[in-house]
Design a protein around this ligand. Structure first.
Ligand code: HDE
Length: 715
């Protein structure tokens, strides 16, 4: 076989066909140098004599080592750790009334997408389960060019102006003198900065909530964060906020669990996404929009241009307009996930920016960072970044240029090239910025309308259930407990007190210091407050309502599905085979995965004498890697109760508020554990083997994700 570039059978969409052009396949091929010369010995360098020095002449060794020496590129300055997948976006109803973007007009178009999820603060090799914001970046390969929706799993941001971004990131990254801590905000420099930036308070509520420790990347919401514009054919503009709503619901793990997962499997999210797609359980999100007419720009008591504010869904409902399905894992992590270059400035006709000062700064940053990260202005030619729309211009040359532009003309206007490539009129699809009228003085200032830093922080906190509020208080107690400088803790308590005095009091108790009484107004170094009290942050407005949409627990999974959930079966020799089989079948029928855990790999023999294949041993498996446990019946229970790891397994499952089911003899192991409360509705038990009622109620319970009520029982 001469040609090693063969088309990938999965050429289902235009982008996949485009990527196929660059794929290489080594089956039945000789090993060669980069120049195509076949290699005869890939084990020994060329030497002067068997024991002699290597010869400089060895072009094969030189090429191999040189390439290896240059394999690494700089990791992303933020969002370094990521996982990505291919898929498509499908529109439900035409949005023609609001936008002329083709992919949002035509319901018959399936737009290819590539989506990268990320943590923000950690390095490329850090843990998935850090308490952090998650990036949610979607590249739409539309027929009119690339549209990148580069969002997060939280709808607001820490700061209001791009000018503060390097400071924020310097503060959260490991401290520069000792590079500690990795992928964690629980340290002095972060909270020093935050305690001096009251504008971050709303985002701090989100980051201290369970949104920052998702169960899975497939179970997170996504948000465009900034207000964007839709522009229609009549050149009318509407403001728009983008939302991604996961079909599997929005779920989190417990903080103690997150920390343990980081040790047991720091690739937990990456692997979960990969395996779900690999097994055909394609994750789906629906795209929702909040649309606000231009005329309502000043209607709200917050500024639409302020990225520390959201538009409560109770004020402007989210309209679902389409769905995204991720159905293909990348073929090569570096080529695709690492080299993909997102940019909020990649927009198509029908979508436009607003004057949000954070967004405006981002418009500069992303191309700039690709230049140092990917090394050339030609990064758009890297296959994963290549548009599927026709692309012609007079940009030329630069490092690693791939395109061979023919002809002698590389300027516009020209007559020698027949005027080509020519400009497109607007009705031919040419992009024209929305012609917003701007009449202003050049000024380095922030708008007074950005000064309310506490109302939405309070709105978020007040909208949470009591359980979620406790988690926020606990997260703050953990984070500030790790802060060594007492003055920083005090400043933070002062700020929390502006949000909610009970919250501040709870955290203060854990820190062992009182909420400072002296701070009457927040210290504000963020918006340029001056001695005259100009631009001081305003206090919480009294007319705050609740917004149920902000709580995860008030919004259970639409279908309460347990699809793709992993349930550990705690087994040992002598387990009841019918008990295992019946529960396994019931869970599998509901889409979940039953994982048989036993003291050794291979098979165990049931009390009926049948062989049961084992998936994992107690040395490998840990409760934190599962969504719930089942303890089958059978005489094997004696052996099971003697296994040290089993006790830890059950304790962790119980402490992390997961559902437990046990059958017949399996219930004894729970009864013998004094710390499992008898009246716990999250612990389901039956004395009957292969009890259908038990599996039905277990499946229903697992659909609730967690029995968080148990936390009160554990206090
Ligand atoms: Fe980013 N951000 N960002 N950001 N951002 C980057 O671009 C930046 C912000 C977001 O999976 C960088 O290619 C500035 C908000 C995601 O490849 C960099 C500011 C939001 C990703 C950069 C922000 C984001 C990035 C690093 C403030 C949510 C990962 C590597 C003005 C709406 C994309 C890169 C991926 C990545 C700059 C704020 C989301 C340095 C200057 C707000 C999801 O250019």
């Amino acid at each position: 076989m001469k040609n090693s570039k063969k088309p990938n059978p999965d050429n289902s969409d235009e982008k996949q066909r485009d990527l196929d052009l660059n794929k290489s396949h080594a089956e039945n091929q000789f090993l060669t140098t980069n120049q195509g010369v076949k290699i005869n010995d890939n084990n020994n360098s060329l030497k002067s004599g068997e024991r002699g020095p290597s010869l400089l002449e060895d072009f094969i060794l030189r090429e191999k080592i040189t390439h290896f020496d240059h394999e690494r590129i700089p990791e992303r300055i933020v969002h370094a750790r990521g996982s990505a997948a291919h898929g498509y976006f499908e529109l439900y109803n035409s949005m023609e009334k609001y936008t002329k973007a083709g992919f949002l007009n035509n319901t018959s178009i399936k737009t290819p997408v590539f989506v990268r999820f990320s943590t923000v603060a950690g390095s490329r090799g850090s843990t998935d389960l850090a308490r952090d914001v998650r990036g949610f970046a979607v590249k739409f390969y539309t027929q009119e060019g690339i549209f990148d929706l580069v969002g997060n799993n939280m709808p607001v941001f820490f700061i209001q102006d791009a000018m503060k971004f390097p400071d924020l990131i310097h503060a959260v990254k490991p401290e520069p003198h000792n590079e500690i801590p990795q992928a964690a905000s629980a340290h002095d420099t972060f909270w020093d900065f935050i305690s001096l930036m009251p504008e971050s308070m709303h985002m701090i509520m989100w980051v201290m909530s369970d949104r920052a420790i998702p169960r899975s990347l497939r179970m997170m919401e996504g948000f465009g964060v900034h207000t964007f514009r839709f522009v229609n054919k009549q050149n009318e503009s509407h403001f728009v906020k983008f939302h991604w709503k996961p079909k599997l619901g929005t779920h989190a793990v417990a903080w103690d669990e997150a920390q343990k997962i980081s040790g047991k499997n720091s690739d937990f999210h990456k692997q979960d996404l990969w395996e779900a797609i690999d097994s055909g359980n394609f994750p789906e999100w629906e795209l929702g929009v909040q649309i606000i007419p231009e005329s309502d720009e000043h209607k709200y008591d917050f500024d639409l241009l302020d990225p520390t504010k959201l538009v409560p869904e109770e004020l402007v409902p989210v309209t679902i307009i389409g769905k995204m399905v991720l159905n293909k894992n990348p073929d090569n992590f570096f080529a695709e996930t690492e080299q993909v270059a997102f940019h909020p400035g990649h927009i198509v006709p029908g979508i436009d920016f607003t004057n949000d000062p954070l967004l405006q700064g981002r418009l500069f940053s992303y191309t700039d960072t690709q230049l140092s990260r990917l090394g050339s202005p030609n990064f758009h030619e890297i296959p994963i970044n290549r548009t599927i729309a026709p692309m012609h211009n007079n940009q030329r040359d630069g490092h690693m240029r791939q395109e061979i532009a023919t002809g002698k003309v590389s300027y516009h206007p020209n007559s020698l090239g027949g005027g080509c490539p020519f400009q497109a009129k607007i009705d031919e699809g040419g992009f024209a910025s929305f012609n917003e009228r701007i009449d202003a003085h050049k000024i380095r200032e922030r708008s007074e309308s950005f000064s309310d830093h506490f109302s939405q922080a309070a709105l978020f906190y007040n909208s949470q259930t009591a359980i979620e509020q406790d988690h926020i208080a606990n997260a703050l107690s953990f984070e500030l407990g790790k802060v060594e400088t007492v003055a920083i803790r005090e400043r933070m308590l002062g700020l929390l007190n502006f949000i909610n005095s009970e919250l501040a009091a709870k955290v203060a108790k854990s820190l062992g210091i009182p909420v400072p009484k002296t701070i009457e107004k927040p210290i504000n170094h963020g918006v340029g407050a001056d001695d005259n009290g100009h631009h001081e942050p305003t206090k919480v407005k009294q007319n705050i309502q609740n917004s149920d949409a902000l709580s995860m627990l008030k919004n259970p999974t639409i279908s309460n599905t347990i699809a793709t959930r992993q349930i550990a079966f705690l087994c040992a020799e002598g387990v009841n085979g019918d008990s295992v089989k019946a529960m396994k079948t019931a869970l599998q029928n509901a889409g979940a995965k039953a994982v048989i855990i036993a003291p050794h790999l291979g098979t165990i023999v049931s009390e009926e004498g049948t062989e049961i294949p084992v998936d994992q041993t107690y040395k490998i498996a840990a409760s934190v890697l599962f969504d719930g446990i089942f303890i089958p019946g059978g005489k094997g229970i004696d052996a099971l109760s003697k296994i040290k790891e089993v006790k830890e397994f059950i304790n962790d499952t119980y402490n992390h508020c997961k559902f437990i089911a046990a059958e017949a003899e399996g219930t004894q192991i729970l009864k013998n554990k004094g710390d499992i409360k008898e009246k716990d509705a999250g612990v389901l038990q039956s004395e009957t083997i292969a009890d259908k009622a038990l599996s039905t109620s277990f499946i229903k319970a697992l659909g609730r994700h967690r029995f968080w009520e148990r936390e009160k029982m554990l206090e």
